[in-house]
Design a binder for this molecule. Structure first.
Ligand code: OAD
Length: 230
């Protein structure tokens, strides 16, 4: 089976009712991204950050995968599909994708501030000050914030470098190192980009642009990639 790597960003979840970052003029749900999604923001005001992610979890619990997520999962019938997402929601998993790399962490996990390896699944949506790990240290959202390393980057680079096909859906390609992943793709493979506001892709070879929302763009790409197998 050919390996299909799908890189996704906030835009793939927009039709599920979850807001993107940069479409709202730099604000995310009314907050400066650096206040709620940076390590400095956490040190300045952990209560604000915990509350912010509690709200995001409540919202994500209500959200359902859309046709874009579903078609990505359905491509597993034809390809070995690896999803590399910048999103912290779990909509790819809810849609049935079986291999998802969360480059920027996961909303429904938390971890110890004292030990990065102590990571816990969360049942509900609340994480508060005073919620402690087994070593007695505060728990924090398992999110890669601005100012922090991206632990899954090397794994993601290996997947992109060994891909036979690439689809990119709903990312402004403005946040590094995620945006640089495409540079590791072999030059000669086909790359399909879906976004209603096409980011700058002039540096990418063999690129096919679909200036559409995630669900419509995925339908077009799905038909293109699977028509020869039907
Ligand atoms: P952005 O908000 O920067 O970009 C979202 C992209 O989705 C834009 O290019 C939009 O045009 C596109 N879009 C909007 N509606 C869409 C739809 N219905 N279908 C498809 N695409 C649509 O989000 P990301 O690129 O994901 O990091 O942002 C990257 C990172 O910046 C995030 O992971 C987050 C943020 O700060 C952290 O929180 C660490």
């Amino acid at each position: 089976m050919q390996k299909l790597v799908v890189l996704t960003g906030a835009g793939v979840s927009a039709e599920s009712g979850l807001k993107t970052f940069r479409d709202a003029g730099g604000l995310w749900e009314g907050h400066d991204v650096m206040d709620v999604a940076s390590i400095d923001g956490w040190h300045r005001n952990p209560a604000l950050v915990l509350d912010f992610y509690n709200q995001r979890r409540q919202q994500a619990l209500q959200a359902k995968p859309n046709r874009g997520h579903q078609l990505i999962a359905e491509l597993e019938k034809y390809f070995e599909v690896i999803v590399i997402t910048q999103n912290v929601d779990n909509l790819h998993e809810k849609a049935g994708s079986s291999a998802v790399i969360h480059l920027h962490g996961e909303l429904f996990k938390c971890r110890s501030v004292a030990d990065d390896k102590l990571i816990y699944d969360m049942d509900g949506w609340q994480l508060n000050q005073g919620d402690l790990c087994e070593k007695g240290a505060q728990l924090r959202p398992h999110i890669v914030w601005f100012g922090e390393a991206v632990p899954l980057l090397d794994r993601a680079i290996c997947e992109v470098a060994s891909a036979d096909l690439i689809i990119i859906v709903g990312t402004s390609l403005k946040v590094y190192p995620a945006a640089s992943l495409i540079q590791y793709a072999p030059d000669n493979i086909q790359k399909y980009i879906i976004d209603p506001n096409m980011p700058n892709v002039t540096h990418i070879s063999n690129v096919h642009c679909f200036e559409k929302r995630g669900s419509e763009g995925m339908k077009a790409v799905y038909e293109l990639l699977t028509s020869s197998s039907k």
